[in-house]
Ligand binder design. Structure first.
Ligand code: LLP
Length: 421
């Protein structure tokens, strides 16, 4: 459930009419709901009730400072994957002991910054990385807490570009080699092994792959303990999917997921960490856009919007579906028509939907892309010198611009002209 609902045919974000924000901020823009972010975080937190746990929000999904602060205020930890994300977490007031550092290629500079600023754990992805973390820690005279990400060779049954748990993927170390790699880790002077990490992919709509992976992690926990390692923490990753096409999708709920976690690893006495991103932010955000033109093509009509693939890349990149709804609801019984919904960017890939049934729309009408809160703004670019679009946060009856749209001058002035020109 989210807080983007129609009231008398007008789309609201919590208690603010979307059209009112559009009039002052100008389209396109991202719009987030505080109540929805909070609700989704709490769903996970409550689903793990009874187990010692920390929900580390995967901030790659949406990393605006205001979003991070909203979640941090509820006690969220953060999962970061770069020095930049680490700095964002710290800037939002998240203490180091609530930040986990994931990612396949942490540089020495990133490792150093995290060790100096404080870190809950590094989720190590390879042996060379493990050695690098040990070296940096020794050079600073500290010990780095680590888990090792194991690749369980499980098919997450999701889009190939976001599956991470098969042996052909670049992530983690093969689970079959885990005992050997843990033995080396235990012998390295700068490391303290604290647990195991796993993450098998994103937008999983079936719990079975999680169950397979978590059972393997439970078995590995016993084996590593028998080898003498102190395994006190299990980081079980993120990945729980959300309904994108609301009329026909009902993925499992965080409560089902929490019950599964308890079933698979609850008996081990470990502290559990999870790293949800999409489920917290996805349906807590919409992308609001305006129809620029309705163009009749050969055998099809195009809705040309002012949002484009540079603002929301998911349809172009993953063939992703986003529900697109009018901000002013059509009258009941109005006949729908099929539209190809596109942006103004100069490539055919700038297509959000083909043959989408919509009520009749005209230039100037507002539409909202649902489920755009995760992997929307963070993946946007200024391709075609289209400024990064604003982000707006609603709370109850108030709203604030949490990232302003840059001016053309600001964009151009980021370039510098060499002396010879
Ligand atoms: N933990 C790790 C180590 C991850 O790599 C990811 C996502 C997450 C947690 C969070 O997964 P989530 O709960 O959000 O599914 N850009 C793609 C999604 C990429 C996901 C990458 N890793 C998209 O737009 O669908």
């Amino acid at each position: 459930m989210d807080h983007f609902l129609y009231r008398d045919g007008v789309l609201f974000a919590e208690d603010v009419a979307v059209a009112e924000i559009a009039a002052s901020v100008k389209t396109p823009f991202y719009l987030y709901s505080t109540a929805t972010l909070e609700r989704h975080f709490r769903l996970f937190d409550e689903a793990l009730d009874g187990l010692p746990h920390l929900v580390c929000y995967a901030m790659k999904a949406a990393s605006n400072q205001a979003i991070l602060k909203t979640l941090a205020g509820l006690g969220a930890g953060m999962d970061v994957v770069s020095g930049g994300e680490y700095a964002r977490a710290v800037a939002a007031g998240v203490p180091g002991e609530r930040i986990v550092f994931s990612g396949v290629g942490k540089t020495q500079d990133e490792i150093r910054a995290a060790l100096q600023g404080g870190i809950r754990q590094f989720n190590v992805e390879s042996e060379p990385e493990m050695r690098a973390i040990s070296e940096v820690a020794v050079s600073l005279g500290v010990v780095a807490p680590i888990t090792i990400r194991v690749n369980p060779d499980v098919d997450a049954k999701t889009h190939a570009k976001i599956a991470t748990g098969k042996s052909e993927n670049k992530f983690g170390i093969p689970i079959a080699r885990a005992r050997e790699v843990y033995a080396e880790a235990a012998a390295l002077p700068g490391l303290k092994v604290v647990g195991i990490d796993v993450h098998i992919g994103s937008q999983l709509t079936d719990l079975a792959p999680f169950e397979l992976a978590y059972q393997k992690v439970a078995e590995l926990t016993e084996a590593l303990r028998a080898d003498g390692h102190e395994i006190t923490r299990l980081d079980l990753g993120g990945g729980l999917g959300i309904p994108y096409a609301r009329s026909n999708e009902a993925p499992p709920l965080p409560t089902d997921y929490g019950a599964l976690i308890k079933r698979c690893v609850g008996h081990l006495g470990c502290e559990v960490e999870i790293e949800p991103g999409r489920l917290i932010a996805g349906n807590a955000g919409i992308l609001v856009s305006q129809v620029i033109y309705v163009k009749s093509g050969e055998g099809r009509d195009f809705l040309i919007l002012d949002a484009a693939m540079n603002d929301l890349i998911r349809p172009a990149m993953y063939e992703a579906h986003h529900d697109i709804v009018p901000v002013i609801e059509a009258d009941a019984g109005v006949e729908q028509a099929a539209y190809d919904i596109v942006g103004p960017v100069c490539e055919s890939g700038d297509t959000f939907a083909k043959g989408r049934m919509m009520p009749p729309l005209a230039a100037g009408d507002l539409v909202a892309f649902r489920s755009a809160g995760a992997y929307g703004a963070v993946m946007s670019s200024e391709y075609n010198t289209r400024p990064l679009i604003p982000e707006v946060l609603v709370q109850g009856d108030q709203y604030a611009v949490i990232r302003a749209r840059p001016t053309f001058d600001e964009i151009i002035n980021r370039d510098t002209i060499p002396a010879w020109l």
